[in-house]
Design a protein around this ligand. Structure first.
Ligand SMILES: Nc1ncnc2c1ncn2[C@@H]1O[C@H](COP(=O)(O)OP(=O)(O)O)[C@@H](O)[C@H]1O
Ligand SMILES: [Mg+2]
Ligand SMILES: [Zn+2]
Length: 437
């Protein structure tokens, strides 16, 4: 039978939870302090835990492992290495344990259900050391359900452990939070996800390039379950070697090197190049929202690169890309980047529009002059001829005579000819690029 990777590789012990070292260490110590009488005074097992953090970071897995660790029957005492084989471990895995209840609040938040569970908690465990209630997605509980839980959370019988999991801790009542030992699950870092995927790929004999593994981790933003699912899908799709192209295709994400070229084009004022890239993206089925998000996020990375060239770890970028960005960022002022991001953000809502691609095109064209507005090539000009020579470089298809004529007719801005000249040349450039497009 085929088992999806994210289920096959569900961690079975705390030591297999990655990227949450602080949590694993604290829980390990607590479990080991459990002692032969699980509820003795030295035990550091808290009566209630609250696991918070983004999706796919290991909250539910850790809750189940903690339950198994406390109740595993292979040892006399709680163990950090639950066996996975005994009746207790097995029934927890299959959600049929008499002492461990896992409640998915998103689907069962009925208050009657909760009242029944709570009254059942008062009874001694039937076949294990502890009675454990795992409330997954607990933010979905109704006010009444919290009310029904509160008294027992405040004064739990010694054999009871609550484990609340949520992605939205701000929706959990303060009275509950204050009774819990709280653990913040962090998004797993890109390199840890890549290492993890590499191990899985190796064990499963999946033929995939290292850059494709990185592309998966990036496309899923440090979300392990999604990464494993994507890897799964890729193996079904491709019999030969899996390359980043497949990842980009299947996940609908934009390749990083395209984004680099895109920024380079803006620096060079090459509008047509960018319109071409945009067309390719659309042709390969990238959604305007994805394109928009990728652009904003990449420009944000460019901003980080500009402000702090040593802080690559604030981004998810690869070293090559980062180095290229460092070069590109020299041609952009912080204001340029800000205004480009601002312009994109203003257009955000239009990306759901039927004509989203037209809006994207318009925006890409607009970004170019915006980002050049504080560009001052005239600093090096001494004579009118210098200005014309500079223009000749930008507009090689125009003759000296044509350029001189433009110069003569030029209307100065605030009495100054140079900025007006740069504006005119940029406009002529854009016009000619649009003609050839
Ligand atoms: N920190 C982690 N370490 C190892 N595997 C993880 C981790 N987080 C998630 N996973 C993988 O993703 C799957 C789903 O994780 P889960 O515990 O349900 O996340 P959450 O409850 O935070 O959304 C697991 O079966 C496992 O394969
Ligand atoms: Mg979960
Ligand atoms: Zn066991």
């Amino acid at each position: 039978m085929y088992i999806p990777l994210h289920l096959k590789y569900r961690p079975q012990q705390l030591s297999q939870i990655i990227g949450q070292e602080h949590i694993v260490r604290t829980l390990d110590n607590a479990i080991l302090s459990g002692g032969s009488h699980s509820t003795n005074a030295l035990s550091k097992i808290a009566p209630a835990y609250l696991f918070t953090g983004p999706k796919g970071t290991g909250k539910t897995s850790t809750a189940r492992i903690l339950a198994k660790s406390l109740n595993c029957q292979s040892t006399q005492e709680p163990t950090t290495k639950p066996c996975g084989e005994c009746n207790s471990c097995q029934t927890i895995s299959h959600s049929s344990s008499l002492d461990v209840t896992e409640l998915d609040a998103a689907s069962h938040s009925g208050v009657d259900n909760i009242r029944e569970i709570v009254s059942n908690l008062q009874l001694k465990p039937i076949e294990s050391r502890r009675k454990i209630l795992i409330v997954d997605e607990c933010h979905a509980l109704s006010q009444q359900s919290w009310q029904a839980l509160l008294k027992t959370v405040e004064q739990p019988p010694a054999h009871v452990v609550f484990i609340f999991c949520t992605t939205e801790v701000h929706k959990v009542p303060e009275t509950i939070i204050s009774r819990c030992q709280k653990f913040d699950f962090r998004r797993v870092s890109l390199s840890l996800v890549v290492d993890y995927l590499e191990k899985v790929a190796h064990q499963e004999s999946i033929n995939i390039t290292p850059t494709a593994l990185t592309a998966i981790a990036k496309a899923c933003h440090g979300h392990l379950r999604d990464s494993l699912k994507l890897l799964d899908q890729l193996t079904l799709l491709e019999e030969g070697e899996i390359t980043p192209n497949w990842v980009w295709e299947l996940s609908g994400t934009i390749p990083e090197h395209d984004l680099v070229t895109f920024c380079e084009n803006i620096t060079k004022g090459e509008i047509t190049g960018n319109l071409g890239i945009l067309q390719d993206w659309m042709k390969y089925g990238k959604h305007p929202i994805t394109i928009h998000t990728s652009l904003v996020s990449f420009l944000k990375d460019l901003l980080i690169c500009k402000i702090n060239p040593n802080d690559r770890n604030l981004t998810l970028l690869e070293e090559d890309t980062w180095n290229e960005l460092t070069t590109i960022s020299k041609s952009w002022s912080i204001n340029h980047i800000h205004s480009a991001i601002a312009l994109l953000m203003v257009r955000q809502n239009l990306m759901r529009d039927e004509s989203a691609h037209l809006w994207l095109e318009a925006t890409l064209i607009e970004i170019v002059p915006t980002t050049k507005s504080s560009y001052q090539p005239w600093k090096d000009w001494k004579t009118a001829q210098d200005a014309i020579n500079w223009a000749k470089e930008q507009l090689p298809h125009l003759s000296q005579a044509q350029l001189q004529e433009h110069w003569q007719k030029l209307t100065p801005i605030n009495g100054k000819k140079a900025p007006a000249w740069v504006q005119l040349v940029e406009k002529l450039q854009t016009d000619s690029q649009l003609q050839t497009a």
